[in-house]
Write a protein that binds this ligand. Structure first.
Ligand code: CAO
Length: 424
């Protein structure tokens, strides 16, 4: 028994944000039926292809445990099938450009008429307002949501981050909205609209920077390195390099081998509670009680000097040795792990966070499994579907179409390849 067993998802998502959401729901046990344009499918199937003629990793890593049906939703017969799917499913998830679903004839009013219990969940770039009609991709959201302006170094341009907080981050927000709406439906018996705007999702994740924006009204942000460097603050939350986002100062510091290994670094936090341990470890015991160093506020204007001293020590150790020495002393540190190291990490493989899948076209590939672990709802990661792999199965087993119906529908070309097989 899986947590979402029995829940049927009509998955109209594509690219990254929507597919992240429906993949999570599939891992929690929902039956996710991915609707794709006949012969074309999700555009990511053919983007960043590394194996000729095989679905790309972009696609396979975002569409595990789903079934794929080819369906032209603009064709009359396609609309008939889609109407049946809306009747059968609990949730429709989509991340089309604004207005696309209405143009198809399946906007919120139409959906409610067909199935009042249906939850309609959407990712859009922006919420209602002046930008609501814009198409949006990951980095646009990072910029519009406040992340880019607060990422990077003070003397450099705004930066986007490698973590896909606009796409995958918004997918996560949407998934929470969907299960919440399903929970409310238990009481009301009604569906509802769920909207996760990418700008809102990014801002939610960048919340601490809006906190700092308001703190600026009351004086400089003393935990930012620029305070100790005597650089005045401007009107907006500045970029803070690798400064810690919280009240405990931290930095990325070089470790042994940094000259040749781009990831020989550690994150090191001089947490107030373990200041004395930090002083002992780095060989500066005199700082434990010295005037100007003993308390956290005293140290705020000396962060560069302190972290330079810590770095002199970390440069004599590998990033893993730093971890081995600091962890028993409760000093929070973290090695900068490369994607290669993560892919080979036994611990992540043991927990199912890194998995391997077999794919008929591309062979074996590594993927990220479900990052959320439920003790009573285990996850078995299955490969992504081929385009239209389950068209016939869905027409028959989910929608209950007879042989004659399948042949009739197939004949129109509205459902792709099954046409030939069923007509024969
Ligand atoms: N059958 C028939 N038509 C279909 C179909 C199907 N099964 N599936 C999609 N289509 C049609 C849509 O109806 C739409 O047609 P119209 O423009 O005539 O209404 C068309 O395909 C293209 O859809 P789209 O506009 O969503 O796709 P795009 O490539 O032009 O834009 C994107 C992509 C991501 C910019 C846009 O979908 C968007 O802004 N989505 C919302 C925000 C979002 O999720 N962005 C992140 C994506 S991940 O980086």
């Amino acid at each position: 028994m899986k947590a979402l067993e029995g829940v049927k998802i009509l998955d109209f998502t594509h690219v990254q944000s929507g597919p992240t959401c429906t993949q999570l729901l599939a891992w929690f046990g929902a039956d996710v039926i991915k609707v794709e344009r006949p012969g074309v499918g999700d555009a990511t199937r053919k983007q960043l292809q590394d194996v000729p003629d095989a679905d790309s990793l972009y696609f396979t890593m975002l569409n595990h445990n789903k079934r794929s049906i080819e369906l032209n939703s603009k064709d009359e017969t396609g609309k008939e099938v889609l109407t049946r799917l809306v009747q059968e499913c609990d949730v429709l998830v989509e991340n089309f450009a604004p207005g696309a679903l209405d143009r198809m004839g399946f906007g919120w009013d139409a959906i409610q008429k067909i199935n009042p219990r249906m939850i309609m969940a959407s990712v859009k770039g922006f919420g209602p307002g002046k930008y609501e009609d814009c198409k949006v991709y990951e980095n646009v959201a990072q910029c519009a949501g406040g992340s880019a302006s607060t990422t990077g170094f003070l003397d450099g341009p705004p930066l986007v981050t490698g973590a896909q907080i606009g796409d995958s981050g918004t997918g996560l927000h949407l998934a929470l909205g969907i299960v919440t709406a399903l929970f409310q439906r238990e009481t009301t018996g009604k569906g509802q609209k769920v909207l996760a705007a990418m700008q809102d999702g990014v801002l939610n994740l960048a919340r601490v920077k809006l906190r700092d924006q308001q703190r600026l009204d009351h004086g400089p942000l003393k935990e930012y390195s620029q305070f100790g460097e005597g650089i005045p603050f401007g009107e907006a939350t500045p970029r803070a390099g690798n400064d810690s986002g919280g009240g405990q100062p931290g930095r990325i510091l070089k470790c042994k081998g940094w000259e040749t290994d781009p990831n020989a670094y550690t994150y090191f936090i001089t947490q107030a509670a373990v200041w004395k341990n930090v002083c002992d470890v780095i060989g500066r015991p005199e700082w434990k009680d010295a005037e100007g160093y003993a308390t956290p506020p005293d140290r705020l204007d000396k962060l560069n000097e302190i972290f330079d001293a810590v770095e002199q020590w970390t440069m004599t150790k590998t990033k893993f040795e730093v971890m081995d020495i600091c962890n028993p002393l409760n000093i929070p540190v973290g090695p900068i792990l490369s994607m290669k190291e993560i892919a080979e990490d036994d611990g992540l493989r043991a927990t199912g966070t890194i998995v391997e899948c077999d794919h008929p076209e591309r062979g074996r590939y590594i993927s990220v499994g479900c990052p959320i672990k439920l003790s009573d709802s285990p996850v078995e990661v299955e490969r992504s579907p081929l385009l239209g792999e389950h068209t016939e199965e869905i027409l028959r087993s989910v929608l209950g179409y007879s042989d004659e119906d399948v042949a009739r529908i197939a004949e129109t070309g509205a459902v792709g390849e099954v046409r030939k097989e069923a007509a024969e």
